[in-house]
Design a protein around this ligand. Structure first.
Ligand code: SF4
Length: 355
């Protein structure tokens, strides 16, 4: 029997369909007098086929497509501009429905292609070396806006059908927008959508402890990266002010207890600032902090920028720091910076047009 909604005679409430998980869409369909599979089809069209226009959902009855278009929305971020770095890294300026703008980055490493996406417009965490932190928090992104960045980048790069990694390391602190972030991860990992395996997703946090404790209980477990950046509370209070609330010892205790998948490790991100946190004593303290944690350390020599009061250390200082860690059995890498010429590197995302 054709329902009233399928006939187009019932008004649907305005709804961002891209922000709904598959079970929610199935329930929404049933609530509208439709069979549940219609919700599943809409989910597949949006998240598997990458369709952002109801009229293109050709497996749905025409009347239903018209009704959805009249009363629903698919809030996909709009591509406003893109800049390609000399190393192939591409920065995307995306506009949201309310006119706010965010940035997302495609990093074309082989074999792993990576999309770096944002979870907030701006960020409240105010890390001392980060341009995004200078913006303050303008608003949280919705689950549709977070997952929508991946759809836009997958389409733009032609990678929708390929394996790619996602890192939640763009603008914002994911655990400060917990519910929308986790909902986006459920959407992105759904096997009827983009089906991104959780092991290909990395959530990076500066250490919002209540969020980390909730994350430890989640059925979907992304890889975890902790933005550490300092080895004493005194230093970290300045470089990552969240430390004034949640001290280093508490953070490391939560990391020590964090459930990891088999052979899993926590990545500790450490921005190296010349003469600030890059001394041999810092390196030795870092080794001690990591005791008892399955850890690897990613060293990030600072990407200098106007308005950031720190300098990038010399390669000699970076190598000496890395050597102290390696000699003591800590797995360490030095991140080669991508996209520095287009200000797409870590900590450099900033939307200048935002008022
Ligand atoms: S480093 Fe991350 S958490 Fe800190 S201010 Fe920048 S975006 Fe926010």
């Amino acid at each position: 029997m054709v329902s009233a909604v399928e006939q187009g005679s019932v008004a649907l409430p305005p709804l961002d369909f891209s922000a709904l998980e598959r079970p929610e869409l199935e329930q929404a369909a049933i609530g509208l007098g439709l069979p549940g599979f219609r919700g599943r089809q809409i989910f597949q069209w949006i998240h598997h086929q990458g369709v952002s226009d109801f009229s293109a959902m050709t497996s749905l009855p025409q009347e239903l497509r018209a009704a959805l278009a009249a009363h629903g929305a698919i809030a996909e971020p709009t591509l406003m501009a893109k800049q390609v770095s000399s190393d192939g890294t591409t920065k995307f300026l995306l506009q949201l429905g309310d006119g706010r703008q965010i940035e997302a980055v495609y990093i074309p490493d082989t074999p792993a292609q990576t999309f770096c996406i944002s979870t907030q417009v701006g960020c409240a965490m105010a890390c001392g070396f980060c341009l995004t932190g200078k913006m303050g928090l303008l608003r949280n992104l919705t689950a549709g806006e977070i997952s929508g960045q991946v759809r836009v980048l997958a389409k733009e790069t032609g990678l929708a059908a390929s394996a790619f990694n996602i890192v939640l390391m763009g603008m914002g602190e994911p655990l400060h927008n917990y519910d929308a972030t986790m909902k986006a991860l459920r959407i992105l990992t759904d096997d009827q959508g983009l089906a991104v395996p959780p092991r290909r997703i990395t959530l990076s946090t500066v250490g919002v402890l209540p969020g980390l404790q909730r994350l430890a209980e989640e059925p979907i477990m992304p890889n975890l990266a902790i933005s550490l950046h300092a080895t004493t509370d005194e230093q970290r209070d300045v470089l990552a002010p969240i430390n004034r609330k949640y001290k280093l010892r508490e953070l490391m205790d939560v990391c020590r207890a964090f459930p990891l998948r088999r052979r899993g490790r926590i990545t500790f991100e450490y921005v190296l600032l010349d003469q600030v946190n890059d001394t041999p004593d810092d390196a030795r303290r870092l080794v001690r902090l990591l005791e008892g944690i399955q850890a690897k350390v990613n060293l990030l020599p600072l990407n200098e920028a106007a308005g950031i009061p720190y300098r990038r250390p010399s390669d000699e200082r970076v190598n000496a720091f890395a050597a102290i860690l390696a000699e003591r059995g800590v797995t360490v890498s030095v991140r080669k910076s991508r996209g520095r010429d287009i200000r797409a590197a870590c900590g450099q995302l900033l939307v200048e047009t935002v008022k």
